[in-house]
Ligand binder design. Structure first.
Ligand code: ATP
Ligand code: MG
Length: 581
C-alpha cells in the first residue's frame, strides 16, 4: 500500500466510457443495462445474437471481428458478416446431426478460428458450449466431459488420436466428434459438413435463464468445479466490457487468455464482440518479442492480460518494450492473480499507463471489482466494485455472515447476488453451491480488505492465510515485498507448520536472468523483506526454484508448494502447467 496513487489526467477521464465512477454507480441499474443488448420478442435472447448478428443487422458486417494470428505469424481476418455466416453454418451442422437445445458441445482446440466459430455457433443453436484447454491430458478431459455430459466435441485429428480416442468407450453419451482437419474412424470431418450447410440460420431465441456456457474453474485450490452460466450473462459481459475494460466500438482489443479459462470466453469472445471491437487472437503461446511486436503491429488499443505474463515481461526488462512504440495503446488490464504493486508501477513507467487490476472468478462470470480508466489507481489494489455490484468484507462464523465496515478490516470478500452473469449452479454439486451463500451474501473464498476510500485490497485465498505467532499473514503482502527486489522474478509464499509459532512463512523464489541462487542472496532477500514487512511477517525460510507450479490459467499453486513441502498427496493436479522444480 506504499506506492503513491497513479493519478489520471482530466483528458483520460473525459475520454473514458465511464467518466465518473461515483456518478455512474449512483445511476446504474441492471434494467438499464438490459436495454443495451438486443432481446427477441417475449424477453428471449441469445448471446451469439448480441455478439454477432446484431452488428451485421446494423450495417457493420464489413468490420473485422476477429483477426487470427497463426503460429507462423500469418494473419486471417473474419468480418462480422463472415463470422455470422460461419457460425450459422456451424449451427446448421449441429442441427443436422441432431444436437439440440441444452445439449453440451465441447471444444478441445488450440486458439484457432474454429474454436470461436464453434463457441458462437453452439450458442446460436441453443446448445451449451464448454471449452477445454487443448493441453489437458486424457483424464482431465474425461472427467470434464463426463461431468458435463458431452454430446459433441470439436477437435483436431492430432488431439483426437492422442487424447480422445481412447476415452470414447468411457463416454457413452458422446455422439458426435467433429474434426477440423484429417480423418478418423467414428468421427466427422467438419469442413465438408460446413460446406454443405446453409449460410442462413435462425438464431434460437433462448430464455434468459437457459444455460449457455459451462466453465471449469482453474483448480488452484482443489478439484475444479463445473460452473453454469446462462444466456442473460451477456448483459454483464457487455456492460463490464464497456465499463471495466473501456471497450469502444471499432477498438482493436487483445485478450491474451485462452478460452479454456473463463477470461478467454467472457472477455476473449463475448464482451469484445458484443462491444463490436476487432479482437486479436494469437494461436501461439507467450513470447516476449512476439507479444510486443503484436501490440505494436496490430495497433492494439485495449490489452487484457494476466500477472504471470506481466511478470515474465518484467523479467525480460523494460528495454525489450521500449524497442517498440505503442501509440494506439489506451488501456491495459490484468486479472487472475494478485497484481503486485511493482507490476502496476512498471507498467506506468514502461507504457506510460498503469496495468488496471481487476478481480473476478469463474463463478461471477464477469468482472466484479476493477480499476477504471477514469479512476486514480492505487498500485496493489483491485479497485472498486462495478456499478451494479455490491461487495463487502464479511466475517463468517457459525452464527452467520456479518459485514465488517471499519476500514482495513480483513475478512472474506463477499458479493450481494443478483447480477446477470452470476453462476446458476456448480454442475451436480448442489451442496457445494449452497455453501457459497450465507445471509444474503455470496462468499468468494478470498480474503480482502476495503480502505477508507472504498478501494479493495486482496489478502489471499482463505485457505492460504498464514497464522504465525499470533499474526495473520496474507501471502500476497509477502510476495509483493519480495517482488520489489531486483533479483526476483516470481514468488509463492506458504505457511509451514512450526512447533513454536504455529506456522512460519516460507517463500519460494524464482530469479531473474543474471542472478545466482546463493546463500548470500537468501540473506539479502530476508533482510529486504524484514525491512519492508518487519520480522514477524518476513519469511523465515527462502527456497529457490527455477519455476513455480502454475495452473494452465497462470496461477501459482500454493497448495502444491505446501503439499510438496509437507510430503502430502498433491491432490487434483489436472490443471497443472509448468512443473519444473
Ligand atoms: P479453483 O476455484 O478451482 O480453486 P480458481 O479460483 O483459481 O480455481 P478462477 O475462477 O479461474 O479459479 O479464479 C478466480 C480466483 O482467482 C479468485 O477467487 C482469486 O483468488 C483469484 N483472482 C482473480 N483475480 C484476482 C485479482 N485481481 N487479484 C487477486 N486474486 C485474483
Ligand atoms: Mg475459485
Amino acid at each position: 500500500m506504499e506506492s503513491p496513487p497513479i493519478e489520471k489526467t482530466p483528458g483520460t477521464r473525459d475520454a473514458a466510457n465511464m467518466t465518473d465512477y461515483a456518478d455512474m454507480r449512483g445511476r446504474f441499474s441492471w434494467d438499464d443495462a438490459r436495454r443495451e443488448v438486443d432481446y427477441f420478442d417475449g424477453g428471449k435472447l441469445n448471446i451469439a445474437h448480441v455478439a454477432v448478428d446484431r452488428h451485421v443487422a446494423t450495417g457493420h458486417g464489413d468490420q473485422v471481428a476477429l483477426r487470427w494470428i497463426a503460429k507462423t505469424g500469418e494473419t486471417t481476418d473474419f468480418t462480422y458478416a463472415e463470422l455470422q455466416a460461419q457460425t450459422n453454418r456451424f449451427a446448421n451442422v449441429l442441427k443436422s446431426r441432431g444436437i439440440g437445445k441444452g445439449e453440451r458441445v465441447y471444444s478441445l482446440l488450440g486458439r484457432v478460428p474454429e474454436l470461436y466459430i464453434a463457441a458462437l455457433g453452439t450458442m446460436k443453436a441453443g446448445a451449451v458450449f464448454c471449452p477445454l484447454f487443448s493441453a489437458f491430458g486424457p483424464e482431465p478431459i474425461h472427467s470434464r466431459m463426463e461431468i458435463g455430459d458431452a454430446a459433441a466435441v470439436v477437435t483436431s485429428s492430432r488431439l483426437y488420436r492422442r487424447k480422445l480416442k481412447k476415452l470414447r468407450d468411457r463416454l457413452p453419451n458422446l455422439r458426435e466428434v467433429f474434426l477440423i482437419d484429417g480423418e478418423e474412424d467414428g468421427t466427422h470431418r467438419l469442413v465438408p459438413l460446413m460446406v454443405q450447410a446453409s449460410n442462413d440460420f435462425e438464431t434460437v431465441p433462448m430464455d434468459p435463464e437457459d444455460m449457455a456456457l459451462l466453465h471449469f474453474t482453474s483448480g488452484t485450490t482443489g478439484k475444479p468445479k463445473g460452473v453454469v452460466h446462462v444466456h442473460e450473462a451477456v448483459v454483464a459481459h457487455h456492460t463490464t466490457g464497456r465499463i471495466a475494460l473501456d471497450l469502444k466500438p471499432g477498438d482493436v482489443y487483445w485478450c491474451t487468455a485462452d478460452p479454456g479459462w473463463v477470461t478467454g470466453t467472457s472477455y476473449g469472445i463475448v464482451a469484445p464482440l458484443t462491444n463490436r471491437t476487432t479482437m486479436i487472437v494469437d494461436e501461439a503461446e507467450f513470447d516476449v518479442e512476439r507479444w510486443y511486436a503484436t501490440l505494436a503491429r496490430e495497433a492494439v488499443a485495449v490489452w487484457y492480460t494476466a500477472p504471470t505474463a506481466i511478470r515474465m515481461l518484467m523479467k525480460a526488462g523494460a528495454d525489450a518494450a521500449k524497442a517498440h512504440k505503442f501509440p494506439n495503446l489506451r488501456f491495459m488490464a490484468s486479472v487472475g492473480e494478485p497484481l503486485n504493486p511493482e507490476a502496476v508501477v512498471w507498467g506506468n513507467e514502461t507504457f506510460g499507463m498503469p496495468f488496471h487490476d481487476n478481480w473476478w472468478q469463474t463463478e461471477t462470470g464477469g468482472i466484479m471489482i476493477a480499476n477504471y480508466a477514469s479512476m486514480d489507481v492505487k498500485p496493489g489494489s483491485m479497485g472498486k466494485p462495478l456499478p451494479g455490484i455490491e461487495a463487502g468484507i464479511v466475517e463468517v462464523t457459525d452464527d452467520g455472515a456479518r459485514e465488517l465496515t471499519e476500514p482495513l478490516a480483513m475478512g472474506e470478500l463477499a458479493l450481494r447476488p443478483g447480477w446477470p452473469s452470476m453462476m446458476r449452479a456448480y454442475l451436480h454439486e448442489d451442496e457445494r453451491y449452497a455453501k457459497c451463500f450465507r445471509d444474503g451474501w455470496y462468499l468468494s473464498g478470498d480474503l480482502a480488505m476495503r480502505d477508507a476510500d472504498g478501494y479493495f485490497w486482496f489478502v489471499g485465498r482463505s485457505n492460504d492465510l498464514i497464522k504465525s505467532a499470533g499474526h495473520l499473514i496474507g501471502p500476497f503482502e509477502v510476495e509483493s515485498a519480495l517482488m520489489e527486489h531486483p533479483a526476483v522474478a516470481e514468488v509463492g509464499v506458504i505457511g509451514v507448520p512450526d512447533e513454536t509459532s504455529g506456522e512460519i512463512v516460507k517463500a519460494y523464489v524464482a530469479l531473474k536472468p543474471g542472478h545466482e541462487a546463493t546463500d548470500d542472496l537468501k540473506l539479502e532477500l530476508t533482510g529486504h523483506a524484514r525491512k519492508k514487512l518487519g520480522p514477524a511477517v518476513a519469511p523465515k525460510e527462502i527456497a529457490f526454484r527455477t519455476n513455480l507450479p502454475k495452473t494452465r490459467s497462470g496461477k501459482i499453486m500454493r497448495r502444491l508448494l505446501k503439499a510438496r513441502e509437507l510430503g502430502l498427496p498433491e491432490g487434483d493436479i489436472s490443471t497443472l502447467e509448468s512443473d519444473e522444480q
